[in-house]
Design a protein around this ligand. Structure first.
Ligand code: SAH
Ligand code: SF4
Length: 344
């Protein structure tokens, strides 16, 4: 029988596991505390558990944390982690310091099946979904490799893969990140980015999670969006924005729209005006992401004046728009540059 990875279980499920082993439920709290508070993943080192329980547990479960295979610092202070998973697959996370924030960008799939034309992860295709524990394990593993004074304050689901296409493990990982017994992060400090999977957005709207949502829009006409993002054939702009309008935003929170700027493709003044018009009535802010190049991409980044003009047009129309200069470009860790060969 294969062992259950305790990182795949919510605290309540570890309680049930304890019951099934004939142990009191409060033992689950102790285990969760060892893993998420103390960073101890070796069952033998969980000193306040009776020896018999540790032995019985070891026959049923383990704590399988992604192994840091490489850690590459960038000149801008960010770091790329390459994790090796149990089956040899690799995923990446990027740690980005910004003032007193320390944000970890996590992956939800090995590769991605959505094939957005500008994205290197998309060019890999989908290898497989990550499990809950492989998603939260990136946070745990990165946190364990940091000094005691450093602490991850924010999580963004913007690494490899489409979170809402791996729905259950993504939602369960969000529950663990926000569970006071586990990571205990505020849901306001977590952002899930989606390619615009309307069915997934609607499902997420019905969860009691209250995390931030970022939507990859990237174009103002269906013609251009379908060319850039095949998902638009199933979920065109009108359907996507209608789902965004229905999404229950927490008090004073705004939805983020990501817009990658591609020279001569979606960066005209008319595009900027149309973008402002499309988002009317949505509590939105726009993240403009100048395209990050990769070999063979076939797109280029607009000139700086053109980027700033696009932003200015939005600002003049009362739309909050920031330019996100990606971190880690020199180490292949910027938005859309994540890719890894699959097996060693
Ligand atoms: N699959 C999700 C989240 C991962 S991608 C999504 O698509 O939203 C995170 C962001 O990086 C998305 O907005 C994506 O469109 C953007 N991105 C992808 N490739 C890029 C590139 N080469 N340059 C800039 N941004 C890119
Ligand atoms: Fe997948 Fe997002 Fe890349 Fe599109 S942009 S291919 S959805 S990771």
């Amino acid at each position: 029988m294969s062992l259950t990875n305790l990182l795949d279980l919510l605290p309540a499920e570890i309680e049930s596991l304890m019951e099934s082993l004939g142990a009191p439920r409060y033992r689950a709290r102790q285990i969760v505390d060892w893993i998420y508070r103390k960073g101890v993943t070796d069952l033998d080192r969980m000193a306040n558990l009776p020896r018999e329980l540790r032995l019985a547990l070891a026959e049923r479960a383990c704590v399988d944390v992604p192994v840091v295979e490489r850690r590459t610092p960038s000149q801008d202070g960010s770091q790329k982690f390459v994790f090796r998973l149990g089956d040899g697959a690799r995923v990446q996370s990027v740690l980005m310091p910004d003032g007193d924030r320390l944000t970890l960008c996590v992956s939800t799939q090995v590769g991605c099946g959505f094939g957005c034309a500008f994205c290197l992860t998309g060019a890999m295709g989908l290898e497989r979904n990550l499990t809950t524990g492989e998603i939260t394990g990136q946070v745990l593993s990165a946190a364990r490799s940091m000094t005691t004074s450093e602490r991850i304050t924010h999580i963004v689901y913007m690494g490899m893969g489409e979170p809402l296409a791996n729905y259950q493990p993504t939602v369960r990982s969000l529950r663990l990140l926000t569970d006071p017994l586990a990571f205990g992060l505020s849901s306001r400090r977590i952002t899930v980015s989606t390619v615009g999977l309307v069915s997934g957005i609607e499902k997420l709207a019905r969860e009691d999670l209250r995390v931030n949502l970022a939507v990859s829009l990237h174009a103002t006409s269906n013609r251009t969006r379908s060319r850039l993002m095949p998902v638009n054939n199933g979920f065109p702009i009108e359907a996507l924005l209608a789902a965004c309008r229905r999404f229950p935003l927490p008090f004073r929170q705004r939805m983020t729209f990501e817009y990658v700027l591609l020279d001569g493709v979606n960066d005209s003044p008319e595009d900027a005006r149309e973008l402002a018009r499309l988002l009317r009535g949505i509590r939105a802010k726009i993240n403009l992401i100048p395209f990050n190049d990769w070999h063979g991409a076939g797109f280029s980044r607009p000139s700086l004046p053109r980027i700033l003009a696009f932003q200015q047009t939005l600002l003049e129309r009362g739309v909050t728009a920031t330019v996100r200069w990606s971190k880690g470009e020199d180490i292949g860790a910027a938005c859309g540059q994540l890719s890894e060969a699959v097996v060693a």
